[in-house]
Design a protein around this ligand. Structure first.
Ligand code: AMP
Ligand code: MG
Length: 340
C-alpha cells in the first residue's frame, strides 16, 4: 500500500498508477466531497467482492457506482424519467445519489441482486480525475469497516485499511463530512432514503414534491428500500446517548441528568463551560450544521480514545442538513435517544 498525496496537486504519473491498479481490479481509497470512498472497478465482479471483504460489509447492502461524465450513466442505467432527469440536472455533480434502473452490465453483487443501482457523480476534483482517467465506473462505499464511522481524513482510516488496498489517495479532510443524499423516485415522488447535504427543501424546489422515508430516524427491519438502513452504523465502541431539546436549558439538563463521572461529551462550543470536569469534544458552533457535519465522524472516532463508560452527544434541530446529522447520530447511539 502506498499513500499518495494529492492535497496540493494531482501528479499525472501517480494518477496513471492509480488508474492502472483500478483497471487491474485492485482497491483504491480516494476522497470525495462527502467522505472517503473505497473504490473498485464497478464492472469487475471479483474486484467488487473484495470491497465487501475489506469492509466486512453485509452482502445485502448495495454499493453506489461513481461516474465522471454522463456518457457513463447511459451505459449503466436505462433512460431516466423526466423527474429523474430534473434531479440529475440539478444535483449532479454533487453530494447526491440517485437510484435508477440498472442494465445487465453491472454485476449482481454491486446491487446485491436488486434491479436498481445507486449512481453518484462526485464534485470533488480528485475523485473526478481518478474516475475519468481510469475510464471506468467506480463502485465505492464509504471507507470504514462496517458499523464504524465513515472516514473523513486519511489519518482516521489508514490503520484499518493499509493491508487491504493498493493506494490511499490523500486529499485532506473531506468538505462535507457526511455521505450523499440517497434518493429514489417512487410513484413520481423523489423519496429520500438517506438524508445528506442536499436537503428535502433543495429537492422540492426542483421538482415540487419530496418525501422522506419513514426509516430516516427509525430502526428498520425486514424489507426496506435502502438495505443500508437496517444496520448499526457510524458507532464508537463506547455506548452513546443522543440528547436534544429546542430549549437550551432543557438540553443542558438532559445532559446533567444522564452524566456519570466518566462520561465524555460531544457538543457545541457554547456549552463547553457547563461541564468543566468532563472530557468535552467540540463539534462546532451551535446550529452551524456545515461545521458539525464536517467534524462529526472524526470526533466519533477520537472520543473512543477517552475510554469513558458513556458518550453523550448533543443533537441538532432536525431541519436542513440537521436531518442528515441526526439520522447518523441516532444510529451512532444505536437508537438510544432522549428528546424533551
Ligand atoms: P455507503 O456505500 O456506505 O455510502 O452506503 C450506500 C447506501 O446507499 C446504503 O445505505 C445502501 O443501502 C444505499 N443504496 C445503494 N444502492 C441502492 C439501491 N439500489 N437501492 C436502494 N438503496 C441503495
Ligand atoms: Mg457507509
Amino acid at each position: 500500500m502506498e499513500v499518495i498525496d494529492f492535497k496540493n496537486n494531482i501528479d499525472k504519473d501517480k494518477l496513471n498508477m492509480i488508474s492502472k491498479s483500478l483497471q487491474n481490479g485492485e482497491l483504491v481509497i480516494f476522497p470525495t466531497e462527502t467522505v472517503y470512498g473505497i473504490g473498485a472497478n464497478a464492472l469487475n465482479k471479483d474486484a467488487v467482492d473484495n470491497i465487501f471483504k475489506a469492509k466486512g460489509r453485509a452482502n445485502d447492502n448495495p454499493l453506489i457506482v461513481h461516474i465522471s461524465n454522463f456518457d457513463m450513466l447511459k451505459e449503466l442505467v436505462y433512460e431516466p424519467t423526466d423527474i429523474e432527469k430534473k434531479l440529475i440536472d440539478a444535483f449532479m455533480p454533487g453530494p447526491f445519489t440517485l437510484i435508477l434502473k440498472k442494465k445487465n452490465i453491472i454485476p449482481e453483487n454491486v446491487s446485491c441482486g436488486l434491479d436498481t443501482v445507486g449512481i453518484r457523480f462526485p464534485e470533488n476534483n480528485i475523485a473526478r480525475e481518478i474516475i475519468e482517467n481510469t475510464n471506468l465506473p467506480i463502485a465505492a462505499p464509504s471507507a470504514n469497516i462496517s458499523s464504524k464511522p465513515s472516514g473523513t481524513k486519511v489519518e482516521d482510516i489508514i490503520e484499518e485499511f493499509q493491508d487491504k488496498v493498493s493506494y490511499i489517495v490523500d486529499g485532506g479532510e473531506t468538505k462535507i463530512g457526511i455521505e450523499s443524499t440517497v434518493v429514489k423516485v417512487i410513484d413520481n415522488i423523489p423519496t429520500i432514503l438517506r438524508p445528506g447535504k442536499i436537503t428535502p427543501e433543495d429537492i422540492k424546489e426542483v421538482v415540487g414534491c419530496v418525501k422522506i422515508d419513514e426509516h430516516v430516524y427509525k430502526k428498520a427491519t425486514g424489507k426496506v428500500e435502502s438495505p443500508g438502513m437496517k444496520y448499526k452504523h457510524y458507532a464508537p465502541s463506547t455506548p452513546c446517548l443522543l440528547v436534544y431539546s429546542d430549549n437550551n436549558q432543557e438540553l443542558i439538563n438532559l445532559i446533567k441528568e444522564n452524566i456519570t463521572a466518566n462520561t465524555s461529551i460531544i457538543g457545541c462550543v457554547e456549552h463547553k463551560s457547563y461541564f468543566p470536569n468532563h472530557k468535552y469534544h467540540v463539534y462546532g458552533h451551535k446550529e452551524n450544521n456545515d461545521e458539525i457535519s464536517h467534524n462529526i465522524f472524526s470526533l466519533l472516532r477520537e472520543v473512543d480514545k477517552d475510554k469513558s463508560d458513556l458518550i453523550i452527544i448533543e443533537g441538532v434541530k432536525k431541519q436542513g442538513l440537521g436531518i442528515a446529522i441526526m439520522n447518523r447520530l441516532i444510529r451512532s447511539c444505536a437508537y438510544n435517544y432522549k428528546e424533551r
